[in-house]
Write a protein that binds this ligand. Structure first.
Ligand code: T1G
Length: 720
């Protein structure tokens, strides 16, 4: 039974999610399910009813399907997936609806603005024609949720755009602009004017012409020989770019089915693969990530309505690697930047790096030369604070030293207008102490970018004791404009990400000191899914950075507690990592790493001197030691309130530390392993290695009461 309107269908409350109106001889079917017209309960039924009405009305010659509000259709309703995996009826399945549209006796024109994603694009492909606003985007992003298109997308898309492009779109999940879609044959016409008016005119134009059904087209399906090459290369790319993920490979299998089977059989193959993916742990983790990325934007005591400060001009102090990268981030978002350094020589060095960076982006085809020229024009090098009175925000990105930072902030306090945001990119220093040197601590906040700033998506926004709500709201909103994911954290040493990274890297060192090989430790974590091993990461960042910090904070270390020594000793030997071509590994002039027997010999000797027993360590223990160290510290951070939710920690780790998205982040991973198991393992490590492994009280409590971090987060929301 399918009806629309304000009725109840099989116990489902119905609102007016799909409207049908008539423009003389054209039916206009409007999907109105804010915010993104997801195909949630009631929408497919409504469209079905509207198509029936169109076909039943002799005065109607064609139909237009259009989305109300900001977009066409963003796909199936992701919130419903949990219900599907727990066995709800597939009654609302989209496949039959799409066949019904395709079989419609009257041609159906899909009019796309905003996004046609996932089920939205599948819906559009079942129409006989697609027209779009030039700014629209279309795509099959399902792999990002750990699933594949489930409503014929893998079968219809290759029929429209060819096998190679369909494989790319389904396996990589990247959206395609309407302009590109038009050249691919996915969009029949681009509409500059009013979409609905033009769609109705277009529908009239094609009403009497024979309409083609996408599923019956075969001309783009290629030959077996051509396709074999395409699929082999796609599997190769997926194995490298999406290492460890199952959905991209399933998506490739499904598109391959389109080239080998009939449409109906292909859909069956797709459905089987879709179900396998939907029930996988990877998909649950990735859906957690999808909602988590949106959740982190919600700050309980900084409501959505909080006024924000317009940020139209900024300044960055310090033109080193971080400062230069941050200036590029602002310029890429179209915001003019003053880039300040001490003198012309320092500035020329900084600007040179920026130019080089942009040139390589042009070379790799990421940006056009025009785009880069325009961005470079937005960056003005300056060697004094004279023009700072005209900026809305400053990001300080100088060397990590408190005295120096304080003098910069005192200067900013003198030079900047009241109301401007004074941000520090510090990764370790106390924001409140920095704020204290100004007459306006409410304007001071931490904006901790990750290196390389123009590439990494994470932005830790560090809330000082006095940071105002306006300043926080502005930075959170700005992060989105800058293409970053902003996560609000509290002001503790290392903030959230680096505070957890300390114990993680500490354990990697311990493992080597206990007898594991450097590359075996890294390999274990890479196989777990991390982008890089912990020791190789140290070499990349520079081992001397941590060494210097440790020296500064040595007085805070508790006597008698085990501390790693290998990295400090490597630094004493001048082995700082990649920059000295020697660290945990040795590097050739192209910075290609190889194992260094000298390091093995040195560590073995140091361990023998320290009396550390040497043993065989399994890959599983290596992963537990490093990852549970993250979890334990994460639990402390949560309990102390420096992160708002466990999911915030997950989002930090996925976007700033190369943690595999398909594992959902360290806290989600711990839930998936089971907190009781994690807690037990941490207790074992505590016995073996002492106080550093004292279990976090929150972890203990959750484990003992059979709860999860997800449940902890829900309780926080209720409490707020
Ligand atoms: N289902 C449910 N809720 C959704 C949703 C969806 N598909 N898309 C967005 N939302 C919510 C989101 O959680 C947020 O809620 C609000 O809408 C605004 O989103 C059958 C199986 C469309 C580009 O993967 O990429 O189709 O936080 O903040 O920046 O084969 O949302 O306000 O409460 O992101 O303007 C495939 C996912 C589904 C698209 C808009 N589709 N969405 O971005 O706003 S699977 C997707 C997006 C599928 C078929 C398969 C983006 C967007 P809240 P937002 P935005």
């Amino acid at each position: 039974m399918v009806v629309s309107g304000n009725k109840e269908i099989d116990g489902l409350p119905m609102t007016n999610l799909v409207r049908i109106t008539k423009d003389n001889d054209v039916a206009v079917i409007t999907i109105d399910n804010p915010p993104v017209n997801a195909l949630g309960p009631g929408v497919p039924e409504g469209i079905w009813k509207a198509i029936d009405e169109t076909n039943g009305d002799p005065a109607i010659k064609a139909a237009v399907v259009i989305g109300s509000g900001r977009t066409f259709v963003a796909g199936a309703d992701i919130k419903e997936f949990g219900k599907m995996t727990s066995g709800a009826s597939p009654r609302r399945s989209l496949l039959p609806l799409l066949l019904q549209i395709e079989n419609s006796g009257k041609p159906v024109v899909m009019a796309i603005h905003g996004n046609a994603f996932g089920g939205g694009l599948e819906l559009a492909m079942a129409g006989h024609y697609r027209i779009a606003s030039p700014t629209a985007q279309v795509g099959q992003p399902e792999v990002k949720l750990g699933i594949i298109p489930g409503a014929g997308g893998t079968q219809r898309l290759p029929r429209l755009v060819g096998v190679a492009k369909a494989v790319e779109m389904c396996a990589e999940g990247k959206p395609v602009s309407a302009l590109e879609a038009a050249t691919l044959g996915l969009i029949d016409r681009l509409i500059e004017g009013d979409l609905l008016t033009e769609a109705v005119a277009f529908a009239r134009e094609i009403a009497d012409k024979p309409a083609r059904k996408t599923r019956e087209r075969t001309e783009n399906l290629g030959t077996a020989a051509e396709n074999a090459v395409i699929f082999a290369s796609a599997r190769d790319v997926a194995g490298k770019k999406q290492r460890g993920m199952k959905a991209p490979l399933a998506a490739i299998d499904a598109v391959e089915a389109a080239t080998k089977l009939s449409f109906e059989q292909g859909c069956e193959a797709e459905a089987k693969l879709f179900t396998e993916c939907l029930f996988s742990d990877q998909s649950k983790a990735l859906i957690h990530v999808f909602f988590g990325e949106r959740e982190v934007a919600k700050i309980p005591d900084v409501p959505k309505e909080t006024p924000v400060i317009p940020v139209n001009r900024v300044a960055v102090v310090g033109s080193g690697t971080m400062g230069g990268g941050i200036a590029m981030v602002f310029a890429n978002a179209g915001i003019p930047v003053l880039l300040k350094d001490v003198d012309a020589a320092a500035l020329e060095l900084g600007m040179g790096k920026i130019r080089k960076n942009y040139a390589s982006s042009v070379q790799r085809g990421r940006f056009t030369q025009e785009f880069v020229d325009e961005r470079l024009r937005l960056i003005t090098p300056v060697n004094n604070y004279d023009a700072f009175s005209g900026v809305d925000m400053v990001v300080e990105a100088i060397f990590e030293g408190m005295a120096l930072k304080k003098s910069v902030f005192a200067e900013l306090d003198r030079s900047c207008r009241q109301g401007a945001i004074l941000a520090s990119n510090t990764s370790t220093l106390n924001i409140d102490e920095i704020a204290g040197t100004t007459s306006r601590p409410e304007a001071v906040i931490g904006t901790h970018f990750f290196s390389p700033a123009n590439v990494m998506r994470l932005l830790e926004i560090v809330r000082g004791k006095k940071s105002s709500k306006e300043v926080i709201a502005t930075c959170m909103q700005l992060s989105k404009k800058l293409g970053k994911i902003g996560v609000l954290v509290g002001n503790c040493r290392g903030f959230v990400g680096n505070r957890m990274f300390g114990p993680y890297r500490r354990e990697a060192q311990f493992l080597v000191e206990e007898g594991a090989d450097v590359e075996t430790v890294d390999q274990a974590l890479v196989e777990f899914g991390n982008a890089m091993g912990p020791l190789a990461t140290g070499d990349l960042a520079g081992l001397d950075v941590g060494w210097r910090i440790r020296k500064e904070y040595r007085h805070l270390e508790k006597p008698g507690v085990r501390q790693p020594f290998a990295e400090d000793r490597l630094c004493e030997l001048g082995r700082y990592g990649q920059k000295t071509l020697k660290g945990w590994y040795r590097y050739d002039e192209n910075r290609r790493a190889s194992a260094d027997p000298e390091v093995t010999a040195l560590v073995r000797q140091w361990s023998a001197d320290a009396g550390i027993p040497q043993r065989q360590i399994s890959a599983a223990e290596m992963v537990d030691r490093c990852v549970f160290a993250l979890v334990n510290e994460g639990a402390r951070i949560l309990e102390e309130g420096y992160a708002l939710r466990a999911v915030d920690i997950d989002i930090i780790y996925l976007n700033g530390y190369g943690f595999p998205a398909y594992r959902g982040g360290p806290m989600w991973y711990a839930d998936a392993v089971g907190l009781q198991k994690v807690y037990q393992r941490i207790c074992e490590f505590n016995q073996q290695h002492g106080e550093l492994w004292a279990p976090a009280p929150l972890l203990q409590r959750l484990a003992e009461t059979g709860k999860t971090f997800v449940e902890f987060d829900k309780e926080q929301v209720v409490a707020a």
